[in-house]
Design a protein around this ligand. Structure first.
Ligand code: NAD
Length: 274
């Protein structure tokens, strides 16, 4: 692994032809301190063999897309993975065998925290459902709001994403729910309500509700609503470009190259951990 601070960190992007992957390739190719050293895609992707830069408008970068089935075919210090849960979990095992660090942005059912913790005994891992600096600041603001407003308010989490998103609620909305539940001394698994329809009865104050919108090309909106008697507090984050997640992920990659084995998230990368 690269250790000297003045040496570029070799970063590989997997899922390089995807929405996040293309953004990451483009940004990595012009981020000081980083060198894009490999780009992976699924073995049957039509883009295999193409120069990764040509998918992004960055121009040829001299890095061709190769199959992500065998990561040892590429050179890298840190793998950045925004793919799908089954792929990311397999990549963790490969990175562990290769003794490489991995930054994972993938969300959804199948991401297994216990397995990540186990692998993190041997390699540094960042896993965060949202890499944006603003969202991670919101996690801190939510903690404060929940502590101050307590059980006197109803908490609802509303999220909106583009029509292609395959999981719901978003990993970020769930993490927001966990942060609020923890601050209120509740267990999200017990108090979450993921949808309402028909004769629902009156709202139970101790629940945390989720509402999901899927439409068009929305990059990612999240609002946590604290509604009390006579007033409402709303904490909202709106991502306008995927570059916000990509720059957070690359910041995490640079940070991770200097860390010992362990499972980290963006609160660690940004120094927000209390
Ligand atoms: P996408 O479908 O556009 O891209 C995924 C890419 O992975 C595709 O190009 C696919 O071909 C590729 N892939 C599939 N199997 C592969 C394999 N075996 N090896 C290499 N590549 C493989 O999806 P997306 O919108 O880019 O999102 C990807 C993931 O990132 C989702 O889980 C999404 O929720 C998450 N996400 C996280 C953040 C964050 O900040 N953490 C932000 C945006 C998206």
């Amino acid at each position: 692994m690269t250790t000297a601070t003045n040496v570029a960190v070799n970063v590989a992007i997997t899922g390089a032809a995807g929405r996040m992957g293309r953004t990451l390739v483009e940004l990595a190719s012009r981020t000081p301190g980083l060198a894009l050293s490999a780009a992976f895609e699924r073995p049957d992707a039509p883009q295999i063999g193409l120069d990764a830069g040509l998918l992004t408008g960055a121009g040829a970068l001299g890095v061709s897309l190769i199959s992500g089935e065998d990561l040892s075919k590429g050179t890298f210090d840190v793998l950045v993975d925004f793919t799908a849960p089954v792929v990311s979990m397999a990549n963790v095992a490969q990175c562990r065998a290769l003794q490489r660090a991995i930054v994972i942005g993938t969300t959804g059912v199948g991401m297994d925290r216990a397995r990540l913790e186990e692998a993190a005994r041997d390699i540094p891992i960042v896993w965060a459902p949202n890499m944006s600096v603003g969202v991670n600041l919101c996690f801190k603001l939510l903690e404060l709001a929940a502590h101050v407003l307590g059980d006197e308010v109803d908490v609802e989490i509303i999220e909106a994403h583009h029509r292609h998103k395959v999981d719901a609620p978003s990993g970020t909305a769930l993490r927001m729910g966990e942060v609020v539940a923890k601050a209120l001394d509740r267990d999200l698994a017990q108090c979450a309500v993921y949808g309402r329809e028909g004769q629902t009865g009156a709202r139970d104050r101790k629940t945390i509700g989720f509402a999901t919108i899927r439409a068009g090309e929305i990059v990612g909106d999240h609002t946590v609503l604290f509604a009390g008697a006579g007033e409402r507090v709303e904490i909202t984050h709106r991502a306008e470009k995927r570059a916000t997640f990509a720059s957070g992920a690359l910041r995490a990659a640079q940070w991770l190259a200097q860390q010992p084995p362990g499972l980290y998230d963006m609160q660690d990368v940004l120094g927000l951990r209390a």
